[in-house]
Design a protein around this ligand. Structure first.
Ligand code: NAD
Length: 503
C-alpha cells in the first residue's frame, strides 16, 4: 500500500461553527508515526480561507464580548465537563497523529484542562481596581476588556495542551479566536472546536484554520487580528515576534529549549536516574521541557550513568496504543534528523553509552522508531550540546563544581526550564536565585507551572513580555482602561487651567 492510497480523508477547517472543506487544492500528509504511513491529509488554507476564518472571528466578536461574564463562564464549565468526559477519545486522536503513548496523551489533556478550570474563574480574574475619593468627589478605577480577534499558532508536540494554554482564557475574557495548529497533527484542534460548540460556544468565537506559512503570515499581517500567541521553534518564534509586532500586534512567542538537570554529589542517585529517564525520554524527548543535558558534579557521573543505563534497558518502546513506555518520533524526517546527532556525537569524540538506533520496537517495522540514547562526555562545543535535538537523546556533561555547572547552564542560548537535584536546601535556594532560566525544578525534573502561575522561559525561549496562562495570560488577552470619575456637584464649578492634582 502506498502512502497516497491510504490517505483518503482530508482534515479541513472549522469556521463559523462548522466543518469547512478546503478548496485550496493544497494539502500535506498526516502520518500515524507508529505505522509509518500517511493516514490522512490536512488542508493547507489559501488566502480566501485565511480571510474567511478571520472574518468569522471578527463577526462573532461584538456579541461574544458583550455576553455577560456569567454566561461565558457557564460555557467554560460545560466545556470542562465534556473534555473530561471524552478525553479518552482525544487521547486516541493525539496518539494516532503524534505517536506519544496514550497515558502521556491523557497527561497533556489533564494539563490543558487545568487552564480550562482556571478560566472558569474569569469573573474574578478580570476584576478591575477601585480607589475611592482620590480627590474630593473623584474616584479612579480600572476595567479589563478583551482585545478582539486573537491568533494562536501551535506546535506539533502538544496538539491539545498548547492550544489549551491560550484558548480558555482568551475566550473567557471575551475574545474570538483563530487557531492555526501544526500541520503534523491537526485533528485535536478540530476536536476541541467541535466540543466547544457542543458546550454552547456561539459560532465564530473559535475557528480552526489549517495551513502552513501562508496562514501564519495571514494572521501576522491582518489588520483585523489584535494579538498572536505562538509556540514552536526559536527561529520561527523570533520571526513571528518580529513580524507580528511590526504589524502592530501584541505578541507572545514561546521558542525552543535545551534544559539542563544539575546533579549535586549529595543527591539521591536512584531518584535522579528515575527522573532523568522520565524527563529525558517521556514523549520520546519531544517536549520543550524535556531534560536533554544531565550536568553531573563529580564524582557522581559514573554511578549515575550506570543507573540510567540500567533503567533505559527496561523501557518498552513501541506503538503508543499497546501500553508501551515510549512511542515513535513524529515523522521519518524528524526521526532521521534526531538519529543524525548520534553520528555527530561519535565524530565529536563523545561516548555513546546507549544507542537508540538499535532499538527493537513493539510496533510496525515502518514506524518512526528511535530508542532512548545516552551520550556521555559530550563536548560543549558539539552540536549535540549546542542545538535543540527534540528527541530521546540525553547528554551527560561532567563538571567539577556547582559553580562550573551553574556557569554552563547560564551560558546557554535558551532559558526555558532547568532542575537541580540535591538534598542541600541552601544550594537549591542559591540555584533558584542565580540560574538564568524561567522555570526551575528543585528535585522536580519537568517544572511546568500549574495553571495559576504562568508558563514561559527566558532568553531565546520566549519573545515578548507575557508568558502563557496564569496572571500573564489574563493580562495578555485583556486591555486595561483607567477611569477617573466625578459625578457633578455645584462645588466643582469654575475654570482652572492647572494640571489636575490630587487635593
Ligand atoms: P515549528 O516552529 O516548526 O512550528 C510551530 C508552528 O509554526 C506550526 O504551526 C507551523 O506550521 C508554523 N511554522 C513552521 N514553519 C514556519 C514558517 N517558516 N513560517 C511561519 N510559520 C511556520 O515547531 P514544531 O516543530 O511544531 O514544534 C517543536 C518546537 O516547539 C521545539 O523547538 C520546541 O522546543 C518548541 N516548543 C516550545 C514550547 C515552549 O513552551 N517554549 C512548547 C512546545 C514546543
Amino acid at each position: 500500500m502506498t502512502t497516497t492510497e491510504t490517505a483518503t480523508t482530508t482534515v479541513g477547517h472549522w469556521i463559523g461553527g462548522k466543518h469547512v472543506e478546503s478548496a485550496s487544492g493544497n494539502s500535506a500528509p498526516v502520518y500515524d508515526p507508529a505505522l509509518g504511513i500517511a493516514t490522512k491529509q490536512v488542508a493547507l488554507a489559501n488566502e480566501d480561507e485565511i480571510q474567511a476564518a478571520i472574518a468569522s472571528a471578527k463577526a462573532a466578536f461584538p456579541a461574544w464580548s458583550n455576553l455577560s461574564l456569567t454566561k461565558r463562564q457557564q460555557i467554560l464549565f460545560s466545556f470542562r465537563e465534556i473534555l473530561n468526559r471524552d478525553k479518552g477519545e482525544l487521547a486516541e486522536i493525539i496518539t494516532s497523529e503524534h505517536g506519544k503513548v496514550i497515558d502521556d496523551a491523557l497527561g497533556e489533556i489533564a494539563r490543558g484542562q487545568e487552564v480550562v478550570e482556571l478560566a472558569t474563574n474569569i469573573p474574578s480574574l478580570m476584576k478591575g481596581e477601585f480607589s475611592d475619593q482620590v480627590s474630593t468627589g473623584i474616584d479612579v478605577y480600572s476595567i479589563r476588556q478583551p482585545l478582539g480577534v486573537v491568533g494562536i499558532i501551535s506546535p506539533f508536540n502538544f496538539p491539545a495542551m498548547v492550544p489549551l494554554w491560550f484558548l480558555p482564557i482568551a475566550i473567557a475574557a471575551g475574545n474570538t479566536v483563530v487557531l492555526k495548529p501544526s500541520e503534523k497533527d491537526p485533528s485535536a484542534a478540530i476536536w476541541l472546536a467541535e466540543k466547544f460548540t457542543e458546550a454552547g460556544l456561539p459560532d465564530g468565537v473559535f475557528n480552526v484554520l489549517n495551513g502552513d506559512k501562508l496562514s501564519v503570515d495571514g494572521l501576522l499581517t491582518s489588520p483585523d487580528v489584535e494579538s498572536i500567541s505562538f509556540v514552536g521553534s526559536t527561529p520561527i518564534a523570533q520571526y513571528v515576534y518580529e513580524t507580528g509586532t511590526k504589524h502592530g500586534k501584541r505578541v507572545q512567542a514561546l521558542g525552543g529549549a535545551k534544559n539542563h538537570m544539575l546533579v549535586l554529589p549529595d543527591a539521591d542517585l536512584d531518584l535522579v536516574a528515575d527522573n532523568a529517564i522520565n524527563a529525558g525520554f517521556g514523549s520520546a524527548g519531544e517536549r520543550c521541557m524535556a531534560i536533554s543535558v544531565v550536568v553531573a558534579v563529580e564524582p557522581v557521573a559514573d554511578e549515575l550513568i550506570q543507573k540510567i543505563t540500567d533503567r533505559a534497558a527496561t523501557l518498552r518502546i513501541g506503538d503508543g496504543r499497546r501500553g508501551c513506555d515510549m512511542g515513535p518520533l513524529v515523522t521519518k524526517q524528524h526521526r532521521d534528523k534526531v538519529a543524525s546527532y548520534i553520528e555527530v556525537a561519535e565524530q565529536d569524540g563523545a561516548v555513546v553509552v546507549v544507542d537508540g538506533r538499535t532499538v527493537r520496537p513493539d510496533g510496525d517495522e515502518n514506524g518512526f522508531w528511535l530508542g532512548p540514547t545516552l551520550i556521555d562526555q559530550v563536548p560543549t562545543t558539539s552540536r549535540v550540546y549546542t542545538e535543540e535535538i527534540f528527541g530521546p537523546v540525553l547528554s551527560v556533561v561532567r563538571v567539577a563544581t556547582y559553580e562550573e555547572g551553574l556557569e554552563l547552564i547560564n551560558s546557554g542560548a535558551y532559558g526555558n526550564g532547568t532542575a537541580i537535584f540535591t538534598n542541600d536546601g541552601g544550594a537549591a535556594r542559591r540555584f533558584q536565585r542565580d540560574v538564568q532560566v524561567g522555570m526551575i525544578g528543585i528535585n522536580v525534573p519537568i517544572p511546568v507551572p500549574v495553571a495559576y502561575y504562568s508558563f514561559g522561559g527566558w532568553k531565546n525561549s520566549l519573545f515578548g513580555d507575557h508568558k502563557a496562562y496564569g496572571a500573564d495570560g489574563v493580562s495578555f488577552f485583556t486591555r486595561q482602561k483607567a477611569i477617573t470619575s466625578r459625578w457633578l456637584d455645584p462645588s466643582h464649578g469654575g475654570i482652572n487651567l492647572g494640571f489636575p492634582s490630587n487635593n
